[in-house]
Design a protein around this ligand. Structure first.
Ligand SMILES: NC(=O)c1ccc[n+]([C@@H]2O[C@H](COP(=O)([O-])OP(=O)(O)OC[C@H]3O[C@@H](n4cnc5c(N)ncnc54)[C@H](OP(=O)(O)O)[C@@H]3O)[C@@H](O)[C@H]2O)c1
Length: 330
């Protein structure tokens, strides 16, 4: 099979595109004929070696996938050949990745793709939608009628956070980095959107939520807790999920006297049953069109190195040249 893989961690140029043996499903594994995969920032950290993980050699890059079941292992009971599936959380913690024509995935990390939902959309939603769901409902316990602020409604995670906030009847404010991206966030249903490059974001937040926001979801890799705590309503919750090297000082007094809390999490640490619960609701929203993944572009799998460079330029160097997910087709 064709695959995008590395022999050694390093820059995007380390990604090779070539032939690897098609894996055979054992135990509860399912062999998926991959129709679409999507790039996440974490793929680039793992490929670069900046997140140290045990990697199989050669290591097929990538976490997300969508496709059709080709064969199942002797203990796999949940899927049969011909079923359409999507999944995430591969290429992590010693597991092989997904950027190949075929991928063997333990059934616990796969979910049925609803009728009418494309493989592109299922792959583009995978990691970012599960992340948004975990943070909003497991950690922040967002409720109907509450207000939420998230940076980057134009991005993978932010666009899911905005749509899920609206799906449960809460109010969402977000930012974007160009007039076109502001319009795109409005189409996702955001109640307020500001261009962080030209507008006064803090003044706009105060207008949006004069009593403070109930949930602040931080997607930036340099969180400013002084600023965040200043915008929280009593009982406010902060989600922190990016910026491994970031350090920020917490204004202790203003934080605890408002009964606030901070929740940090990494999606890949969530056990399979928790991720499955998220996937079930994500499937309902995908099927109803309440969750529409933002796809910036579709590329052939052979261009994985270029896709990693593009993602990295945006994640690490704020290039602003992406507006959603990069989907690749084997
Ligand atoms: N902890 C976890 O489990 C977990 C899971 C998923 C992702 N993450 C992390 O979360 C971060 C976001 O991931 P993603 O997949 O959503 O990335 P993404 O699709 O590349 O989106 C990044 C977003 O950040 C916005 N942005 C960049 N610089 C900004 C600034 N100075 N002010 C305001 N907004 C800014 C961009 O807006 P414009 O394009 O409009 O400029 C874009 O919408 C990454 O660091 C990733 O590693 C963590």
């Amino acid at each position: 099979m064709k695959a995008a893989f590395i022999e050694q961690t390093g820059p995007p140029e380390n990604i090779l595109y070539g032939d690897l043996p098609t894996p055979t499903p054992t135990g509860a594994e399912v062999l998926v004929r991959v129709a679409a995969v999507a790039v996440n920032p974490v793929d680039t950290y793992i490929r670069a070696g900046t997140i140290a993980m045990d990697l199989p050699r050669p290591f097929v890059v990538g976490c997300d996938l969508a496709g059709t079941v080709e064969a199942v292992g002797p203990e796999a009971t949940q899927f049969a050949p011909g079923d359409r599936v999507w999944g995430s959380n591969q290429g992590l913690l010693g597991r092989q990745g997904t950027f190949a024509q075929y991928a063997c995935v333990d059934q616990q990390w796969l979910y049925p793709t609803p009728e009418g939902v494309s493989d592109h959309d299922a792959a583009a939603a995978a990691l970012v939608a599960i992340t948004a769901h975990l943070g909003l409902f497991r950690n922040a316990n967002l409720k109907l009628g509450e207000t939420l602020f998230v940076h980057g409604g134009s991005g993978g995670v932010g666009s899911c956070v905005v749509q899920m906030t609206k799906a449960i009847g809460a109010r969402a404010m977000t930012t974007a980095g160009s007039p076109e991206k502001v319009q795109a966030c409005k189409k996702l249903g955001a109640d307020a959107v500001v261009d962080y490059k030209t507008d006064d974001v803090d003044a706009a937040i105060r207008r949006f939520a004069p009593e403070g926001v109930n949930v602040w979801w931080e997607t930036l890799r340099e969180p400013d807790l002084e600023r965040i705590v200043g915008h929280l309503a009593p009982g406010g919750r902060v989600i922190i999920m990016a910026g491994r090297d970031a350090r920020s000082s917490l204004p202790i007094g203003p934080f605890y006297v408002k009964d606030c809390s901070i929740h940090g999490f990494a999606m890949f640490s969530a056990p399979a049953p928790q991720q499955r619960k998220c996937a079930a609701e994500i499937n309902r929203w995908l099927a109803k069109g309440k969750l529409r993944p933002r796809i910036d572009r579709v590329m052939p799998l052979s261009e994985t190195a270029a896709a990693h460079r593009l993602q990295e330029d945006n994640t690490l160097r704020h290039a602003g040249t992406l507006a959603g997910k990069i989907v690749l087709e084997p």
